[in-house]
Design a protein around this ligand. Structure first.
Ligand SMILES: NC(=O)c1ccc[n+]([C@@H]2O[C@H](COP(=O)([O-])OP(=O)(O)OC[C@H]3O[C@@H](n4cnc5c(N)ncnc54)[C@H](OP(=O)(O)O)[C@@H]3O)[C@@H](O)[C@H]2O)c1
Length: 247
């Protein structure tokens, strides 16, 4: 697998690749003992703050962003996604590259992170390529079990739960220490309002989108006061900035 070289601007450092970068940071950040998983939220946005181009974010994301995105998935124990994002982004298998799955298996971990989604209305889009994947695993917090004629994936129904309780369940019952939230803006708003987000990883692509395309990074529930974020790291590749904030 050819690795993209990123310039590390903050803290100042030499060139790095996505896997080395993510593994080193998360080794230091994820606590051994905790009541809930250490939670990263990952977004890609245009310079003017749009998070979609057309129906989803794929038009915003470039090769270097995707590489960091997959390095985060490779390191995460579980990936949390809101039902609208699952549907809009047409979720497929978590780690398409066999080399990444082999790397996890060699570490004694499941080949792919667990997909977690949470819904209060119980409307989970099951007609996605992800659920047709035999090796895929999903955990669904929702009022009633998902109903579908035939799912190849292993899907466990966990009942309804507020976000804080769902995260405690992930840590206690599924050994999820690092949780990667892939959004969208409503779920991020709810995590932030409940004090459950530890870091924001924001890819800022050098494009101005304009118009009515795409929501801002955050919508729905708002934090009590503007939430502070401390810049903890910056990478750069071909004009795209990869920002890491502690929340
Ligand atoms: N640029 C990027 O990096 C990026 C990343 C992710 C998504 N996106 C885009 O964002 C859009 C979707 O975002 P979205 O904001 O509409 O939806 P979302 O954040 O993906 O999911 C929101 C849903 O989460 C469920 N939920 C469960 N517990 C909740 C709680 N405590 N508070 C609030 N919601 C809770 C609700 O589903 P129920 O109503 O069923 O309860 C709610 O409708 C898509 O267009 C996607 O392409 C962009």
């Amino acid at each position: 697998m050819e690795a993209t070289a990123y310039r590390q601007l903050l803290p100042p450092g030499g060139p790095t690749d996505a896997r080395t970068h993510v593994e080193a940071l998360m080794r230091a950040a994820v606590p051994e003992r905790a009541q809930r998983p250490y939670t990263l939220v990952n977004f890609v946005a245009s310079l003017d703050g749009h998070t979609t181009l057309g129906p989803d974010s794929r038009g915003l994301s470039g090769g270097a962003d995707r590489e960091l995105f997959y390095a985060l998935r490779e390191r995460a124990d579980a990936v949390l996604v809101g039902p609208p994002t699952l549907a809009a982004e047409r979720y497929k298998r978590m780690l398409p590259a066999p080399e990444r799955r082999a790397h996890r298996l060699a570490q004694g971990r499941p080949a792919e992170p667990l997909l977690v989604t949470i819904s209060r209305r119980g409307q989970i889009p099951l007609d996605l390529p992800f659920f047709a994947e035999r090796e895929a695993r999903a955990l669904i917090f929702s009022p009633s079990p998902p109903v579908a004629a035939r799912l190849a994936a292993t899907v466990v129904h966990a009942g309804p739960a507020p976000l804080a309780q769902a995260l405690r369940t992930l840590r206690a019952d599924h050994d999820v220490r690092l949780l990667l939230c892939e959004g969208g803006p409503t779920l991020f708003g709810a995590l932030l309002a409940a004090g459950l987000a530890d870091e924001l990883w924001l890819t800022l692509v050098p494009r101005l989108v304009g118009g009515a395309s795409g929501a801002a990074l955050l919508s729905g529930a708002a934090p009590q006061a503007p939430a502070p974020a401390r810049l903890a790291g910056v990478l750069e590749h071909a004009g795209t900035l990869f920002l890491r904030y502690r929340l």
